[in-house]
Every structure is written in structure tokens, then in C-alpha cells.
Design a protein around this ligand. Structure first.
Ligand code: KIV
Ligand code: NA
Length: 275
């Protein structure tokens, strides 16, 4: 099936087979993810993963647009969702709409994601009523790292009720799905049963209706830190380092370039090409 997946398609997957989501920030990775996943997320994790920022707080709308455009060029089937960065939607519904509209117009994404539960319900209603499909993100919301004082598991003990209310509020407000980040399984399970839209878990157990990971984490490319919920499906960071070390050695030892990489003939002139 080559028809592009839409937000309503995702919503209808509740109770069906698990939804598969990964992040992408570039065209080549988007092409790979598109072949195997339902949703491609241009996460604001791009700030930490590609730009070396200490948190997602320094990510700008322009960065999201640039990476969103690159990812869009690699997609044929998967639903493109772009994160709204810190400071681009919290002022109120009008600010959120203005910036979501820019993301959609300039990247061609069919949906945006924003962090927050009950406090974002009015904004979510405003956006969905005006043609902006919204994915919510509750539990550990990394843009609130300074409020939380770190990246701890959310919703333990008495705090569970808060996350439950957040998930219920965004579902009620009209999101087509919600990311549940870093919450205990005994909380993710009832939430996924209670709300009528798919939950996409990251560190939120198999009780969720789908899963998401940061692609660079699961490929072993981003290794600055490694949350418990990340499974490494490859160690490309190690492979890349070995390749770079081998190249450096060969250049220093004059073993690269070898004969097969060299243009050895001197005939021909301007306009004569040589492979
Ligand atoms: O920014 C991101 O990559 C995300 C996912 C981890 C859900 O928000
Ligand atoms: Na994000």
C-alpha cells in the first residue's frame, strides 16, 4: 500500500496491531524509516542528537522547519509529525496556531506534536478545530526538565493520578494519539485502556498501543547517555569510530589512497571526463 498514512488512520489503529514510530532528522534516515514505520517524528531531540545542545530547550522553530523539510523529501507512506519546540506554543492557542501553521505550510507535515496534558487542552481544541491534527506528549516531558529537576520516571505513587488526568484531558481535547514517556507499566496500562486514542510509548511498557524510539539511540549513534528504555539494535557509533580511525591510520601510513583510487593518466584536457 503506497497511500500516505493520515492522522485519522492512526486514530483508527486503536486496538489493532502496534503502531511503529521512529524519529528522523535527515532525508536518508527518513527514507529508511518510511519503509518500515507508520509514523516518522521530527523530534526536538534533534537539538541534543545532532546539534550538541544540553537539552531540547534551545531548539528553534527554524531548526524544526529545516529538519522537517529534509525529512519530508524522504517520505512516501509514513505520517510525518513535527515537534513544536519550547516557547513556540505555550503562550496560548493563537501563538500555537500561528507556529503550527508555519510548520505545516513549510514542511508539508500533516500533524504536530506538543508537550503537556490538562494545561494544553484548550490549545489542542483550538488547533484541531482549525485543521491542525495534534499528537500530545505526557509523562516525562523533556521541555519541562527544569521544572522536574531531571529526567526521572513520572507518575509514581500519588503522581499517577496527574498523568492519568493529563492523558484523559488531551484525548478529550481531540488529539489523534499521545506519546507516553517514562511512566511505570501499571500506569501506562490503565491509561491505554481508558482513552479512545492510541498511546505511543517510550519507556512506557508494551501496554501502549505503539512504540517510539529516537533512531540515533537505537542505532548506537547517540551515546552521550543511555536511558534504560533504549534498546540498541546496532552499534553504528562504534563502527563509525573504527572506520574513521582506520582512515586516519591509512592516510598517515600512505596506504590510502591506493592505486584503484588514483587518476594515473595524463592525456585528455578540459572537457574530457575521467572516472
Ligand atoms: O523529540 C523526540 O524525539 C520525542 C520522542 C522521543 C517522542 O519527542
Ligand atoms: Na520531543
Amino acid at each position: 500500500d503506497t497511500k500516505a498514512i493520515t492522522p485519522p488512520d492512526i486514530r483508527l489503529r486503536k486496538g489493532q496491531t502496534p503502531l511503529v514510530c521512529l524519529t528522523a532528522y535527515t532525508t536518508p534516515i527518513a527514507k529508511l524509516v518510511d519503509r518500515h514505520c507508520d509514523i516518522v517524528l521530527v523530534g526536538d531531540s534533534v537539538g541534543m542528537v545532532l546539534h550538541g545542545l544540553p537539552s531540547t530547550l534551545g531548539v528553534t522553530l527554524d531548526m524544526m522547519i529545516l529538519h522537517g523539510k529534509a525529512v519530508r523529501r524522504g517520505l512516501g507512506r509514513a505520517l510525518l509529525v513535527v515537534d513544536m519546540p519550547f516557547g513556540s506554543y505555550e503562550d496560548g492557542p493563537e501563538q500555537a496556531f500561528r507556529n503550527a501553521a508555519r510548520l505545516m505550510a513549510e514542511t508539508g507535515c500533516a500533524a504536530v506534536k506538543l508537550e503537556g496534558g490538562e494545561s494544553m487542552a484548550a490549545t489542542i481544541r483550538f488547533l484541531t478545530a482549525r485543521g491542525v491534527p495534534v499528537m500530545a506528549h505526557v509523562g516525562l516531558t523533556p521541555q519541562a526538565v527544569n521544572t522536574f529537576g531531571g529526567y526521572r520516571v513520572q507518575g509514581r505513587g500519588d503522581d499517577a493520578e496527574r498523568i492519568r488526568r493529563d492523558a484523559g484531558a488531551v484525548a478529550e481535547a481531540g488529539v489523534f494519539s499521545v506519546v507516553l514517556e517514562k511512566v511505570p507499566e501499571p500506569l501506562a496500562r490503565p491509561i491505554s485502556v481508558e482513552i479512545a486514542i492510541p498511546t505511543i510509548g517510550i519507556g512506557a511498557s508494551p501496554a501502549c498501543d505503539g512504540q517510539v524510539l529516537v533512531t540515533d539511540d537505537m542505532l548506537g549513534l547517540f551515546t552521550s547517555f543511555r536511558p534504560k528504555f533504549v534498546k540498541r539494535y546496532a552499534e553504528f557509533g562504534d563502527q563509525a569510530e573504527a572506520a574513521i580511525a582506520a582512515y586516519a591510520n591509512e592516510v598517515r601510513e600512505r596506504r590510502f589512497p591506493a592505486a584503484e583510487h588514483v587518476f594515473a593518466d595524463t592525456f585528455g584536457g578540459v572537457g574530457t571526463s575521467s572516472v
